[in-house]
Write a protein that binds this ligand. Sequence first.
Ligand code: TXA
Ligand code: MG
Length: 356
Amino acid sequence: MRWDVTAWPSTRVMTVTPEALANAVRCLRAGGLVAFPTETVYGLGTDATDGKAIARLYDAKGRPTFNPLIAHVHDAAQARSLGIFDGVAARLAEAFWPGPLTLAVPRQPGCPVADLATAGLATIALRVPAHNVARDLLAAFGGPIVAPSANRSGHVSPTTAQHVLADLRGRIDLVLDGGPSLVGLESTIVACIGEPTLLRPGGLPRADIERVLGHPLADGPPPIELTDSEEGPLAPGQLASHYAPRTPLRLNARTVDTDEALLAFGEPIPPGNDHAVSILNLSPGADMLEAAANLFSYLRALDALGASAIAVMPIPQSGLGEAINDRLQRAAAPRPDETPQQPRYKLHDPKDEHDV
Ligand code: TXA
Ligand code: MG
């Protein structure tokens, strides 16, 4: 079967057979969205290296923000090719993978996971699931699969294929029906970036982790999303972590000043651009999926130029525009307490009151 990945596909449901897995792999390779069971909850999977596919995933979930996603991998060796494991991370991976534990660690240089999947962060959340169907799919696909819980934004996480269909029928390409998820709670998330910190309680009890560590886990800030209730304004202080460029952003720019870089959207490019330090267009054809896929990497590229500001053309609120504008507004918010000496990308440290 060919997979014609379209904006709003008709959703196929398949019980798990070798043929269904082969179909799922073909669909993922074509940039499709495949819901599959893990031992915690059903995930909505797509190729972690394909920014456009990830933009479709956010669109299908109806997320008003781009929260970073968990990259699912087949084994610890694959995880270590994407993230940097210190001694603690290595011990936790050894003790609990495969299983309901997600480790947030620094990204490896050259990590091929799309910037949109990690929301522009320099860290990555990695998990090796224990469910046979998830494992077989990851083995057959051969690369990392990002998978948030397979529900519409604001709804509870699904533990059966029927729950997935109730939320996402007509918005995703395929559901692999592998029966109910047995844990029924999302994975426990531990950040191993300095002191090991519990970011989200979940299917692996804290006491089990502390037994392996030999000491209590630090408590992190509330994660970006404890459930899937991302609705409502999120103050920057509520975020576990988020990407913020160092160069000031000037939103809704209709002209470009000398020494500014321009983050364009659509056509025509505003006057003054001939003086711009550099111009990157999120999507000359005003395609929201393309714009979302380019957002974080273009911001990073323009941020590196030392321009006086990044002028950002207006971006409509339609579709993923809401999430794009949400991220741009956070990036543009003043950060009066940030000093140039502070690391630019780090997890929120609750002891550091000034960190946003
Ligand atoms: O059990 C699970 O973890 C399920 C199954 C499908 O694997 N997945 C899941 O994904 O719950 P999602 O997207 O619903 O939740 C991912 C959580 C979010 O709270 C997000 O903020 C956090 O992981 N996260 C992702 N990357 C992160 C990072 N680099 N640092 C800190 N938190 C991160
Ligand atoms: Mg979720």
